[in-house]
Design a binder for this molecule. Structure first.
Ligand SMILES: [Zn+2]
Ligand SMILES: [Zn+2]
Length: 236
């Protein structure tokens, strides 16, 4: 059985640490799960299923092309909890623990959300010290943000709760992002097309990009049909 412990919260979800002793139903080996509300009507169900798949592909592609740049997402699913009065749908994103500075969870959990942005308002010792560390890693985070952006992968540099660093013996901090905001598949494909002779990681990334595009096409198709049905109903 999983007994999740509230680990930290993101802008749009809660991250739990998973204790997997005796677990029976986890689809993958994971340390953490981020739960997001997925909406309960048909359209939001389809959108969250396609989102979940593309979150998985996006993270895999980013790590194949720039290893260690984002957390290792090992699986995603849309789970349903049934109650007498209906269904509660959640999108679960399973990942491995990135082993970042341990104070980050507290730093992130003590932030508040103001106008859809995470803001640091806490003045505790952990937050003040960790905030200073974030000033130190900002240049590296910005560099990684640009590198990923150049190949069509966009990460949230403006939200310090969405990235941190893994302590290493190296001089430069190893920055890692916890989330991908969006991917531009056209830029990504152009980048891969422009390379001369793909290495095995790039070949794999190319394959995953085709899956990503397929999911996007299905999503567009579904939305188109849904729109037509709605117009049809109005016209009747
Ligand atoms: Zn604090
Ligand atoms: Zn941090």
């Amino acid at each position: 059985m999983i007994s999740p412990e509230n680990f930290t919260h993101g802008g749009n979800g809660i991250v739990y640490r998973l204790h997997q002793q005796g677990k029976g139903f986890l689809p993958v080996r994971a340390d953490l799960v981020k739960e997001e509300a997925a909406g309960n009507n048909v359209i939001s169900k389809v959108l969250s299923i396609t989102n979940a798949k593309n979150i998985y592909y996006g993270h895999r592609i980013a790590n194949l092309l720039l290893p260690g740049s984002v957390i290792e997402v090992v699986g995603t699913e849309v789970a349903e909890e049934r109650f007498a009065l209906g269904v509660n749908r959640l999108m679960n994103v399973y990942s491995l623990d990135a082993k970042v500075n341990p104070d980050h969870a507290t730093y992130s959990a003590h932030m508040i959300i103001d106008h859809h942005e995470k803001v640091m308002v806490c003045n505790c010792e952990v937050c003040r010290t960790h905030h200073e560390l974030h000033r130190w890693i900002y240049k590296e985070a910005e560099k990684l943000f640009t590198e990923l952006g150049n190949i069509g992968i966009y990460v949230p540099l403006n939200d310090p709760s969405d990235y941190c660093f893994i302590p290493t013996s190296g001089k430069k901090p190893h920055v890692i992002f916890f989330e991908i905001e969006r991917i531009d598949p056209v830029i990504l494909e152009e980048y891969l097309d422009g390379l001369e002779g793909l290495n095995s990681n790039q070949v794999e990334a190319f394959k995953l990009l085709q899956h990503y595009n397929k999911i996007n096409s299905l999503r567009t198709l579904f939305l188109g049909i849904f729109q037509q049905l709605r117009h049809g109903i109005k016209a009747c």
